[in-house]
Design a protein around this ligand. Structure first.
Ligand code: PRP
Ligand code: URA
Length: 211
């Protein structure tokens, strides 16, 4: 864990749910539900610093000076497929967010990401983007997705994942030092197939019930 820059969100509810999501006995339905819940809790944590501005409303009793979000525009960018499992949790909390999609799969031989889809909000350069993907393994997919967003004009990007390997965090830190990474856990290492150990297995397969 030396020389890696990462924000670990260790809220007890997240850590509790993460335990069950890791468990191989957890089936597709429960896995999806837990992933949605964790994504929502993580979104709550990473939006802590969102700027507010003053406003005034009239309560039934009188005028009240209070605060609203100061119009910061958010974009949520799931990396297909597994990132899709986190979208509903995030947009429940940030319903005005626009959602862009980046399709990447990891070549099983080379472990390098292969791009197959990209559809983004037109104004990505004005938005605060949150790239979401449960797994940060070699870091190839996340680094490539962030690079793609930057070529489309994005300037303000965060990466939110569920489980990260130190190797992947380092790759993203090195390639994109401006991108803050948020995760619920940093695990031990990668195995010979590029899977996170102990991780949770193949996130896409567990969300969608494919094998
Ligand atoms: C998984 C995962 C990440 C990627 C992480 O996707 O959801 O996108 O692997 O690995 P990396 O950090 O080594 O690039 P996968 O390629 O299995 O595709 P899927 O989501 O469609 O199953
Ligand atoms: N992708 C996954 O879904 N799981 C891993 O452990 C690594 C990459």
């Amino acid at each position: 864990m030396n020389n890696i820059k990462i924000n670990i969100i260790n809220h007890p509810l997240i850590q509790h749910k993460l335990t069950f999501i890791r468990d191989e006995k957890t089936g597709t339905k429960e896995f999806r539900e837990l992933l949605e819940e964790i994504a929502m809790l993580m979104a709550y944590e990473i939006t802590r610093e969102m700027p507010l501005e003053e406003t005034e409303v009239q309560t039934p009793v009188g005028p009240c000076k209070c605060k609203v979000l100061s119009g910061k525009k958010i974009g949520v960018i799931p990396i297909l497929r597994a990132g899709l499992g986190m979208v509903s949790g995030v947009v429940k909390l940030i319903p005005a967010a626009k959602v862009g999609h980046v399709g990447l799969y990891r070549d099983p031989e080379t472990l390098k990401p292969v791009e197959y889809y990209c559809k983004l909000p037109t104004d990505v350069s004005e938005r605060e983007l949150v790239v979401i993907d449960p797994m940060l393994a070699t870091g190839g997919s996340a680094a490539a997705a962030i690079e793609l967003l930057k070529t489309k004009g994005a300037r303000n990007i965060k990466l939110m994942c569920l489980v990260a390997a130190p190797e992947g965090v380092k790759v993203v830190n090195d390639a994109h030092p401006d991108v803050e990474i948020y995760t619920a856990a940093v695990d031990e290492c990668l195995n010979d197939h590029g899977y996170i150990v102990p991780g949770l297995g193949d996130a896409g397969d567990r969300i969608f019930g494919t094998k």
